[in-house]
Design a protein around this ligand. Structure first.
Ligand code: HEC
Length: 165
């Protein structure tokens, strides 16, 4: 006999399982891929005041991809920050809640914060996600490589800008 309730239920849990497996694999792949953040040349950027006014890639980022990056544990944001991520049970409390980031700062200010937060606060614990010079204690696999690619920075900027209060 056909049980209409069964199929969607199975599909849902399968999807959840695939996500659980693919998230760490994806994170590993991002680090290992030659086309990932690692192999790319750092693009130059200009800091104006407390901001980097222009996109690192010359193009706007994708807010949906940015959200996925922020929520993913490998980007480490939510080790320190909380935010509007109901699906994440464990969120950090070492840093301001990211809710409303787009109302508090411009895209350029958010970009500099991600690229090199230490320029804004020399004592910050927030990592410089797009900087390779002047860093201490960088593990060998990461030497000379930014933590995130220029595209990933732009995706996260696009997402943070969309967080309005
Ligand atoms: C190790 C902890 C840590 C991590 C990881 C971290 N941050 Fe932060 N972040 C901070 C702290 C602390 C501040 C507060 C200002 C300061 O100390 O620089 C901050 C400030 C910010 C701000 C400004 C918030 C405001 O309202 O003033 C934004 C936006 C932000 N972080 C985004 C991110 C994103 C996106 C990521 C991941 C790509 C991230 N942070 C990763 C610690 C962290």
């Amino acid at each position: 006999m056909r049980r209409p309730g069964l199929r969607p239920l199975r599909r849902k849990s399968l999807a959840r399982l695939t996500f659980r497996i693919s998230a760490p694999i994806l994170a590993g792949a991002l680090l290992a891929l030659p086309g990932g953040a690692g192999a790319q040349e750092l693009r130059s950027y200009t800091v104006v005041g407390d901001a980097i006014p222009h996109s690192l890639t010359g193009a706007p980022g994708h807010a949906g991809r940015g959200r996925a990056l922020v929520v993913e544990r490998s980007s480490t944001c939510i080790l320190c920050h909380s935010g509007p991520f109901p699906e994440q049970k464990f969120q950090g409390d070492l840093a301001p809640d990211l809710t409303g980031s787009g109302s508090r700062a411009s895209a350029g200010q958010l970009r500099l914060r991600l690229v090199d937060a230490s320029r804004l606060n020399a004592a910050t614990i927030m990592p410089s996600y797009y900087r390779v010079d002047g860093l201490n204690r960088v593990g060998t696999p990461w030497r000379g490589k930014p933590i995130l690619s220029a595209e990933q920075i732009e995706d996260i900027v696009a997402y943070l800008v969309s967080l309005r209060e």
